[in-house]
Design a protein around this ligand. Structure first.
Ligand SMILES: Nc1ncnc2c1ncn2[C@@H]1O[C@H](COP(=O)(O)OP(=O)(O)OP(=O)(O)O)[C@@H](O)[C@H]1O
Ligand SMILES: [Mg+2]
Length: 292
């Protein structure tokens, strides 16, 4: 097994004691099973920027503030120093977001440390103690799918309460752990209050999860949790235990749009009536005021 230099460095620093086996190599990172304080853990090693499939980053980093103002200015300008800073910020972003979500009670692995482009976290396991599979490879009964969907909608709401949107949530970034679904892969998480794409990303996350689980419980396809959560969030009334129904009525908008449409119609009719009167008067004066 080829052990990446970053993991050797972690052993030298004492953060981990051994690298046991490779687990998965994804688009952006390779994940290894490592030994940490006598337990099997997961270590995610980020690929060097040039070997990575870049996601469109601008959409995600909007609203993130990093380091001191010199670092931030360099990143905004895109200078060489700025690019190095952006890379370092991207690599630590996942550890920071994951720790913040964990503290908010979201079902994500616990972060045990991060350094040198690596993130060490709890290994998510299935009922046999093996690394848990992605939700994408699981099948559910109708009842299970409804339960898992409700649980995941609550997780999305908890993330939003913590001010974050996952922004790459799907059945591939949720693991089917022994005690239920666990959310992973959060380096691109966006700040809900400071990103113009936030609502769009929230809707996409919820749609991805709903589309997948609707294969087993088709009736959830009609739910509108993202719209419901976003409205509560915008009104500062989303709480970790806010009741969620999956139903959404833009009641005030419907009334307002209705009134506006009626007013436009009334204005059109009024203009047409005036035009008719004008024309009738014109005809009359051309005929010298004599009745026909
Ligand atoms: N804490 C963990 N416990 C168990 N398995 C994990 C853990 N973290 C990651 N994995 C495994 O490694 C895979 C890749 O991890 P992750 O999605 O975080 O990386 P990625 O490179 O960004 O992936 P991709 O770009 O393909 O979504 C996961 O699908 C999962 O199978
Ligand atoms: Mg992933």
């Amino acid at each position: 097994m080829l052990i990446p230099q970053n993991l050797r460095d972690l052993i030298a620093q004492g953060l981990i004691q051994d690298v046991l086996r490779p687990l998965k190599s994804g688009k952006e990172a390779a994940v290894f099973v490592v030994l940490h304080e006598g337990q099997e853990r997961a270590a995610k090693v980020y690929k060097a920027a040039e070997r990575r499939n870049f996601r469109a980053r601008a959409d995600y980093v909007e609203g993130r503030r990093v380091g001191d103002s010199r670092q931030q200015r360099a990143m905004d300008r895109g200078s060489k120093f700025g690019k190095q800073q952006s890379e370092a910020a991207w690599q630590t972003a996942e550890a920071r977001a994951m720790a913040r979500l964990y503290a908010a009670g979201v079902r994500v692995p616990k972060v045990l440390g991060s350094a040198d482009g690596c993130l060490v976290m709890d290994l998510v396991v299935d009922a046999n103690g093996d690394p848990a599979p992605q939700l994408a490879h699981s099948r559910f009964t109708h009842h299970e799918a409804l339960k898992v969907h409700a649980l995941l909608m609550r997780q999305v709401a908890l993330m939003l309460c913590a001010g974050l949107i996952h922004a790459d949530l799907s059945e591939f970034n949720i693991l089917h752990a022994a005690d239920g679904p666990m959310i992973i892969d959060v380096p691109q998480a966006v700040e809900a209050a400071r990103n113009n794409n936030a609502k769009r990303m929230l809707i996409r996350d919820v749609d991805n999860v709903t589309r997948f689980l609707a294969k087993f419980a088709p009736e959830i396809r009609r739910t509108e949790y993202a719209q419901e959560m976003w409205l509560l969030y915008q009104n500062s009334s989303l709480r970790p235990d806010s009741p969620l129904t999956g139903r959404f009525k833009a009641a005030t908008n419907i009334v307002n749009t209705d009134i506006i449409l009626r007013e436009i119609q009334a204005a059109k009719e009024e203009a047409a009536r005036r035009e008719e009167i004008k024309q009738a008067r014109g005809d009359k004066s051309r005929r010298g005021g004599k009745p026909a």
